[in-house]
Design a protein around this ligand. Structure first.
Ligand code: CP
Length: 337
């Protein structure tokens, strides 16, 4: 299966519309996205307490399965699970039996045999979390922590939480996503979320070589000239150049890219004076963003990181709740039969 355009599946919802996996924002309506944001809002206060714990996942086992490197996503998933009182296992893929040739399916069967309740999966292959969700034991929740170029749904939701905190909502907002859209799972999920939540305009700004074919069909307008594209923006989201996914020369040089598409103070001055600056990280200073902007008063980049914990607490607790409610309904149905 190639899943750059993964099919829209009810796989992640229970029969009565609750989350049971979190794989993609496709197929999730505005009410569900708002419910995730509101639930995350309620968890922000937990992170401000001296004892940062609630018992929602007490006795549950969460396994972090990161087949690609990560700082922010992996750490905030781990903190989120611990703040929900779960037991957390971080499988080190480099020293696991994967390096001896064990298949993903066999690794999962063994982890399921240890009575795991949730797998948080990052994988270079688009569709890997869907594949796992299709075959996993009932009752085990799968959370997508970024798959290939396809989706990074918790990143997009923490970005939406950050925008809502700073802008009060989405109505009337003009948002631009700048840079390597072609290789970005983050951009795909952000465009989906912004459209569903009612942003006025989602603009992508990039050279043609860094845009997917038919990018407008994702729900955005296209601007090739960043000077023009910055006009009237309320939110600008910079993307990292994903060199590890680039095949062939898509850019003349990093220096030329920075001159044309790097966010420096002069380009930021073209946006609305209260425009906020976002970046999912890791940031490459002097490649896609100037340090003075990344560390400046309009930057909310570290707020995004903080919000990652609350969003991941929300998604994990909602998915576990959906799994439990489905199991109870199945038990009740079995008892009646
Ligand atoms: N934003 C993001 O996914 O960062 P990491 O690769 O560090 O997890």
């Amino acid at each position: 299966m190639t899943v750059d355009q993964a099919p829209n599946r009810p796989l992640q919802l229970t029969a009565d519309g609750q989350l049971r996996h979190f794989l993609t924002l496709d197929g999730l309506d505005r009410a569900m996205l708002t419910d995730i944001l509101d639930t995350a809002d309620s968890f922000i206060e937990v992170g401000e307490r001296s004892i940062k714990k609630v018992p929602l996942l007490r006795g549950r086992t969460v396994v972090n399965l990161f087949f690609e490197s990560s700082t922010r996503t992996r750490s905030t998933f781990e903190l989120a699970a611990k703040r929900l009182s779960a037991d957390v296992l971080n499988l080190d893929i480099r020293t696991s039996a994967t390096s001896k040739g064990e298949s993903l399916s066999d690794t999962l069967l063994n982890l399921e045999a240890m009575a795991s309740d949730m797998f948080v999966v990052r994988h270079a292959q688009s569709g890997a979390p869907h594949f796992i969700a299709e075959s996993v034991t009932p009752g085990v929740a799968i959370i997508n922590a970024g798959d290939g170029r396809h989706a990074h749904p918790t990143q997009a939701m923490l970005d939406m939480l950050t925008i809502r905190q700073h802008k009060g909502g989405f109505e009337g907002l003009k948002v631009a996503i700048v840079g390597d859209v072609l290789h970005s799972r983050v951009a795909r999920s952000q465009i989906r979320a912004l459209n569903e939540l009612g942003a006025a305009e989602v603009r992508v700004i990039a050279p043609d070589t860094l845009l997917p074919r038919d990018v407008e069909s994702l729900g955005c307008t296209v601007e090739y000239d960043m000077q023009k594209g910055m006009k009237d923006l309320d939110v600008v989201i910079m993307l990292r150049l994903q060199k590890e996914r680039m095949e062939g020369a898509l850019l003349p040089s990093e220096r030329e890219f920075y001159r044309l598409y790097g966010l420096d103070q002069a380009k930021l001055a073209l946006a609305h004076p209260e425009c906020i600056v976002m970046h999912p990280g890791p940031i490459n200073r002097g490649v896609e963003i100037e340090s003075a902007v990344a560390d400046g008063p309009q930057s909310v980049i570290l707020d995004q990181v903080t919000n990652g914990i609350a969003i991941r607490m929300a998604v994990m607790s909602m998915a576990m709740g959906g799994q439990m409610s489905e199991r109870n309904q199945n038990l009740a149905g079995g008892e009646q039969a």
